[in-house]
Design a protein around this ligand. Structure first.
Ligand code: CO
Length: 493
């Protein structure tokens, strides 16, 4: 069942039966035709869940410093007739090759810069210090599946074999240093949107459109900025794109010259506002500026237009302390010493379309991260947000439950099991679904007590468990993924 490569389990030694197992490297690459299943997988589920995340945290005796720096591993859970096949494989990126072939970390990463040679600085300059280790998310550009990180050079891969096919070949000449790993697709047009950031003497944001089925990025609105902000995602509505520009900024020249890891170049300036930069999707340029109080955010949830306002829903932290909290030496502490900042609040930012002051309101009592919605509601009114949360039992721990927030009531339903650490829940609509939540949630859960992971299938309306498929090994905690339906995944199970 395995096609194991090289060393296997030296780093797979059993660790403490808690969240720390999620930050221990794994080396094992396997392909399994049918996982043991408990419960009943809906027969209509016939695509594949593709996941991305870091899985190896050291090379040649050096350790990566930050969770975001671990080498990317892809995972595939493919469904057919109630059965689940599974495979995983390291993403064959330039960073991965550098580690495999030279036995060391060869590129400057988000927060690790072990090699201050000229070569490393040149590489850092080329990639903005973020690297080509695309370990964050999975998306599609034209007919290709790609793994994304925060460089605008996603890595294409085969969704069946998980073999990498090289850096995506854009059919345009846009020049940029970073991007967001959360491009958004309009459910009506199929067009995809994203932001590019170019660092330099004059830095620039470029919001752009990727027409459905194409590999061209067409600029919609560009804005010169002196010190660009670190923005991990953005918002999309029927008529607009919105950047929430938190006052966590990079001095681009200092960064390019010093070649320090990206995270060490970020400066928090809470005396500055969060600017909401809104561009018209029809190419008509920027709307008048709007501002609110400083906050930090990784993830927008959704946005929509209503009564002359943009409603921009996102997960807001009071400050960027979460970035430091995700250094591996801190994540590998026992739960009682984790000292993670509280989960971000689900915040609605009411942004007037004619500019001015932005008002904030809290939409849910419970904090959450790694938010997902029913993507058919992207840019429009919606009712449910899914994510990972933390049990409110007074015990410090890493995120240990799945949550479903009902925006009408602000209440949340939860799924929790002792010793289990679930990942981002991906919503999959049932065929012919009418209700927004008619479908299932798919989440890869680390069962720390057993030292293994499983794929959990929840009934999205109730959060009741429908089934779980036991993976043959432990899967380190990951970031994002997507569900590819049978046709687009080309999946044969
Ligand atoms: Co993200």
């Amino acid at each position: 069942m395995t096609r194991s490569q090289g060393a296997t389990t030296t780093t797979d030694a059993p660790g403490p039966p808690d969240h720390r197992l999620g930050f221990v490297s794994t080396e094992e690459e396997v392909s399994v035709t049918a996982l043991p299943v408990r419960g009943t997988i809906p027969a209509w589920l016939d695509g594949a869940l593709l996941r991305n995340g870091p899985a190896k945290f050291e090379a040649g005796g050096q350790g990566f410093r930050h969770w975001f720096d671990g080498l990317a591993m892809l995972h595939r859970f493919a469904f057919a007739g109630g059965r689940v096949a599974y495979a995983n494989r390291f993403l064959d990126s330039p960073d991965y090759r550098a580690v495999r072939e030279r036995g060391r970390i060869g590129y400057s990463t988000f927060a690790t810069d072990p090699c201050r040679s000229i070569f490393a600085r040149v590489a850092a300059r080329f990639t903005g210090g973020v690297g080509l280790n695309a370990n964050v998310s999975i998306g599609r550009v034209a007919d290709q599946f790609v793994a994304w990180t925060e460089t605008p050079l996603p890595i294409a891969f085969d969704p069946e074999t998980l073999r990498a096919a090289g850096v995506l070949d854009w059919e345009d000449r846009l020049d940029a240093t970073t991007t967001t790993p959360h491009p958004l697709t309009d459910p009506a047009s199929g067009d995809t949107f994203n932001n590019l950031v170019r660092f330099g003497g004059t830095s620039r944001y470029t919001l752009h459109r990727i027409p459905a089925g194409e590999r061209r990025r067409l600029p919609l609105a560009a804005l010169p900025v002196r010190e660009p902000a670190y923005m991990h995602s953005f918002g999309l509505t029927a008529g607009h794109l919105v950047l929430a520009e938190y006052p966590l900024t990079v001095n681009p020249l200092r960064m390019l010259l010093r070649g320090r890891p990206f995270a060490e170049n970020l400066r928090w300036r809470p005396e500055r506002p969060t600017r909401f930069l809104i561009a018209r999707r029809d190419g008509g340029g920027w709307l008048p500026p709007a501002e609110g109080g400083a906050f930090f955010c990784f993830h927008h949830v959704n946005a929509q237009e209503r009564d002359g306002e943009l409603l921009v829903d996102l997960l807001a932290y009071p400050d960027p302390a979460i970035i430091d909290a995700l250094y591996l030496d801190r994540l590998r502490r026992p739960a009682a010493e984790l000292a993670l900042p509280p989960l971000p609040e689900l915040r609605r930012c009411r942004v007037p379309l004619d500019g001015g002051a932005v008002r904030y309101e809290r939409l849910a009592r419970m904090g959450l991260e790694l938010p997902r919605i029913n993507d058919r509601h992207r840019g429009w009114d919606y009712r449910y947000v899914y994510g990972v949360g933390q049990r409110e039992d007074g015990q410090p721990d890493f995120q240990n439950q799945l949550v479903k927030v009902d925006l009408r009531t602000g209440d949340a339903a939860v799924w929790h099991e002792a010793g289990c650490y679930p990942g981002e829940p991906v919503f999959v609509a049932a065929p012919g679904a009418r209700a927004e939540d008619d479908g299932v949630l798919l989440s890869v859960v680390l069962d720390a007590r057993r030292g293994r992971s499983f794929l959990l299938v929840l009934d999205a309306p109730s959060l009741g468990e429908l089934a779980r498929a036991e993976a043959p090994h432990r899967i380190p905690l990951g970031f994002h993924g997507c569900y590819a339906d049978r046709l687009t995944a080309g999946s044969k199970v």
